[in-house]
Ligand binder design. Structure first.
Ligand SMILES: Cc1cc2nc3c(=O)[nH]c(=O)nc-3n(C[C@H](O)[C@H](O)[C@H](O)COP(=O)(O)OP(=O)(O)OC[C@H]3O[C@@H](n4cnc5c(N)ncnc54)[C@H](O)[C@@H]3O)c2cc1C
Length: 434
């Protein structure tokens, strides 16, 4: 089989890979030096679109509309862009073996790729109910969402089961966004999750109560405190029923499962240091192996402001870590240094007319402020997290770009709180003064 050698290889063709490619171009990578190897058949795109406008019946997003870097207001990198820059996009190519000692990658078809510097950007994969042996979990129309192929299957099922019944298993990001998308497609939607409220890792009970009421008003049924333990299918093998642990059962024409995921590190097991389930890096995204960097969902990196090592599965970090790694690579080639990565945790979500952002750490006591009345024309409310007398995290629903910037600044600068009552009363205006 042919062997190809590149100075730089990015393994993975997702969000981080796309933003890394743009930074490579900015840094002056020469034609032929860089290759991106991806299992997916399309050039890097803004993955968050898959659970949002990709599924809408109107105003639908389709490629090439959401290739990176449009999600952050940047230039849209079409396949031609890579060609013009001399960056080789090696698509529909899954790497099944990585030997970091000999700097060799081998694809499922047996192609061999050699590199001088490798950037691992393999992202994460979803947990499947079949992995846990859930009875009937291999029935047709039990779907997951990670890559564009999954989204296409979902679009087909939405068309085939028009106005049908959907059960969404999981109450996190995917659960909330997919419930909204299916409701917008006129499905009868039920969400099922085991926790006492949705988005338990990010939301407080107060924040979740708003979203749950909003969803209920939209006609979505929410069943908490139980899990799906089995599925029944019809004679065609298509799912018909979801059996719950509490004995209830739900009719279903379509099931979407969003129960979390794990970083794709298997190729590198035993070859590189890992920590907290991810590939461990320093503040420049260098791994324990010389000439191997890792970025995006797959890394456990030093979160400078909290003096901690963490993994972040959000698009903002995928973009920024990729840019940091490429800058660090070019700087080190020129005998220079870049500043350490100093990341402020940030995530966002959109569903229906809602849109929220969260910055910093969601630990400690909370105060909730603003208008979370469902009957308001445009509810705008938020929360601060207070630890050791300082605001360490901030959440805002319905904020303008300037207001979101203001809460980001609060989470970054961590101002002291002298009087919680005053802070509650001031709410968002406290952030806008900082
Ligand atoms: C549906 C959905 C909605 C989301 N919405 C939001 C949101 O609203 N806000 C937010 O902050 N975050 C969101 N996220 C998370 C965000 O998209 C991820 O954090 C981000 O995509 C991570 O970027 P990455 O480059 O590390 O991984 P990915 O974008 O997942 O890219 C990984 C790439 O590597 C490829 N790959 C993996 N293994 C191999 C291999 N062996 N050989 C070849 N190629 C390989 C994959 O096919 C893929 O192309 C969402 C994620 C999903 C799935």
């Amino acid at each position: 089989m042919a062997e190809k050698t590149f100075k730089y290889v990015i393994l993975g063709g997702g969000v981080a890979a796309g933003y890394a490619a743009r930074e490579f171009a900015k840094q002056g990578v020469r034609p032929g030096e860089l290759a991106i190897i991806s299992k997916e058949a399309v050039a890097p795109y803004e993955r968050p679109a898959l659970s949002k406008a990709y599924l809408f019946p109107e105003g639908t997003a389709r490629l090439p509309g959401f290739h990176v870097c449009v999600g952050s207001g940047g230039e849209r990198l079409l396949p031609e862009w890579y060609k013009e820059k001399g960056i080789e996009l090696i698509l529909s190519t899954e790497i099944v073996k990585a030997d970091l000692a000999s700097k060799t990658l081998v694809s499922a078809a047996g192609e061999v790729f050699k590199y001088h510097i490798l950037i691992v950007a393999t992202g994460s994969t979803v947990f499947r109910l079949t992995d846990f042996g859930v009875q009937g979990a291999d029935s047709k129309n039990i779907l997951y969402l990670r890559e564009i192929d999954d989204a296409d299957k979902l679009v087909e099922a939405i068309k085939a089961k028009k106005n049908g019944k959907a059960v969404i298993v999981g109450g996190g990001y995917i659960g909330l966004e997919l419930s909204a998308a299916l409701r917008i497609n006129n499905f009868d939607v039920t969400m099922v999750f085991p926790e006492p409220w949705c988005m338990p890792r990010l939301f407080t009970a107060d924040i979740a109560a708003f979203y749950e009421s909003y969803y209920t008003d939209k006609g979505i049924k929410i069943i908490k405190g139980t899990v799906a333990v089995g599925f029944a299918a019809d004679a065609n093998g298509e799912v018909k029923e979801v059996k719950l642990k509490d004995g209830r059962s739900l009719e279903a024409d379509l099931v979407v499962v969003g129960v979390g995921g794990k970083p794709l590190t298997t190729l590198f097991k035993g070859q590189v240091e890992e920590e907290k389930g991810g590939i461990k890096t320093d503040a420049f995204f260098k791994t324990s192996v010389p000439d191997v960097y890792a970025v995006g969902d797959v890394v456990t990196f030093p979160l400078k402001m909290y003096n901690d090592l963490t993994r972040v599965e959000h698009v903002d970090h995928a973009r920024k870590s990729a840019e940091q790694a490429v800058k660090a690579i070019f700087a080190s080639e020129q005998g220079k240094a870049v500043e350490e990565y100093d990341y402020l945790p940030y995530c966002l979500s959109r569903a229906f007319d809602l849109s929220w952002q969260l910055y910093g750490d969601n630990v400690g006591d909370t105060v909730i402020f603003g208008d979370n009345n469902l009957t308001s024309a445009k509810p705008k409310f938020g929360s601060y997290w207070i630890k050791d007398g300082k605001i360490v995290g901030a959440f805002l629903e319905g904020g303008s770009p300037d207001e979101n910037k203001a809460i980001a600044k609060v989470a970054k600068t961590q101002p002291s709180v002298n009087n919680v009552e005053v802070l509650t009363k001031e709410g968002l205006s406290f952030a806008c003064k900082i």
